[in-house]
Design a protein around this ligand. Structure first.
Ligand SMILES: NC(=O)c1ccc[n+]([C@@H]2O[C@H](COP(=O)([O-])OP(=O)(O)OC[C@H]3O[C@@H](n4cnc5c(N)ncnc54)[C@H](OP(=O)(O)O)[C@@H]3O)[C@@H](O)[C@H]2O)c1
Length: 322
């Protein structure tokens, strides 16, 4: 397997030594669960296609199919480990069990170290500082190279920072969901914390493929997210139609502009786009081609200002509060 495309720029994430492509492959759907099923061969082809087209950042988690996504990432990238940046995550884990949890991820990924390991979600009233201490110890042992948090508030970041340096905050950020601009992104910028955007395509919405009437296969978690809520979806749909017209005028597909718009925003270092197959990977990686007129981003921002204001701040799009 060869990485033929060297045109995707790379960035540094926090204090992690290895650079990684600014467009990363989101590997949640490869877990199968939560997305109404997924074919393993298609997942492996998608991961290999991503590497071959120049993506070096792969984002997985223990909870994506209970480790299945980690296993597939490990299998697909065997032989090119030194050329890729692997990020994984774990849910809240007490300090004394953190190392065991990291070792379990290492085993599934078939690697000796993980480049960036996140606390996936904060848990209310849990000892997050203690978990951070466990991660700092794993970093000192070389099991992980960097520490991230995800879905944290500023107050929670301040708390864990007392126990160790946060390298990255992974948060939902896209043309429809911009609540991070309020205080999270400014805090990260002031404190040397890289911002990694997830759901860059708003889980497929920003490809423009959904019709006004929604249909999901059983087991697809998307039907219960706030963006597809029956009160909210009509606003989202109308806004996406406007974005589609703007994309047509700019003669670039909406998915490409949605990804590039994120990278044009202040303080964003990496954007994660998920995919179900190699075709979607190829469509998304094309986002990195060529220059885009800043006026296009301005018109997207102004449409986004209106749509984003019609989406309630539910804390997170999943309305999940562990
Ligand atoms: N830290 C966290 O709590 C958290 C939360 C969410 C995500 N993440 C990470 O961020 C990554 C990205 O988020 P995400 O996967 O939820 O959402 P996303 O990247 O916004 O959308 C991915 C989904 O959109 C559809 N899609 C992608 N490219 C397409 C294309 N070119 N044409 C048509 N459809 C396309 C695919 O689903 P269908 O084909 O089935 O429509 C795909 O699974 C995840 O994979 C995960 O690594 C982290």
């Amino acid at each position: 397997m060869e990485n033929r495309h060297s045109e995707i720029p790379s960035s540094v994430i926090g204090t992690v030594p290895k650079r990684s492509s600014v467009l990363g492959l989101g590997c949640w759907a490869f877990g199968g669960a939560d997305w109404g099923g997924q074919n393993d061969m298609e997942s492996i082809e998608a991961i290999k296609a991503a590497f071959e087209t120049g993506i070096t950042h792969f984002d997985t988690a223990q909870s994506y199919g209970r480790g299945h996504s980690e296993e597939l990432v490990g299998r697909a990238l065997r032989g090119v480990r030194d050329k890729v940046f692997i990020a994984s995550k774990t849910m809240f884990t007490p300090k004394e069990r953190v190392e065991k949890s990291v070792l379990a991820s290492l085993k599934r990924l078939g690697t000796e170290y993980i480049d960036l390991f996140y606390i996936h979600w904060p848990r209310k009233d849990a000892d997050l500082e203690g978990m951070m201490e466990g991660l700092v110890s794993a970093r000192e042992k070389g099991l992980i190279k960097g520490i991230g948090v995800s879905n944290f508030s500023v107050e929670q970041m301040k708390r864990v920072s007392k126990a160790g340096k946060i390298d990255a905050h992974q948060m939902c950020y896209n043309l429809l969901w911009r609540w991070g601009e309020k205080d999270l992104i400014p805090y990260c910028r002031e404190n040397g914390i890289s911002v990694v955007a997830y759901c860059s395509l708003a889980q497929g919405i920003l490809t423009g493929k959904f019709s006004s009437t929604l249909q999901f296969v059983p087991g697809d978690h998307r039907k219960s997210t706030v963006l597809f809520d029956e009160q909210v979806w009509p606003h989202v749909y109308d806004g996406v139609e406007k974005l589609k017209s703007a994309a047509l005028s700019a003669t670039r597909p909406l998915n490409e502009l949605a990804i590039r718009w994120i990278l044009s925003r202040p303080g964003l270092s990496t954007v994660l786009a998920g995919a179900r197959n190699s075709l979607q990977v190829h469509q998304n990686v094309k986002a990195m081609d060529g220059e885009i007129d800043p006026a296009v981003f301005d018109s997207f921002t102004s449409i986004s200002d209106t749509i984003a204001a019609s989406i309630p701040d539910t804390g997170n799009i999943f309305r999940w509060y562990p």
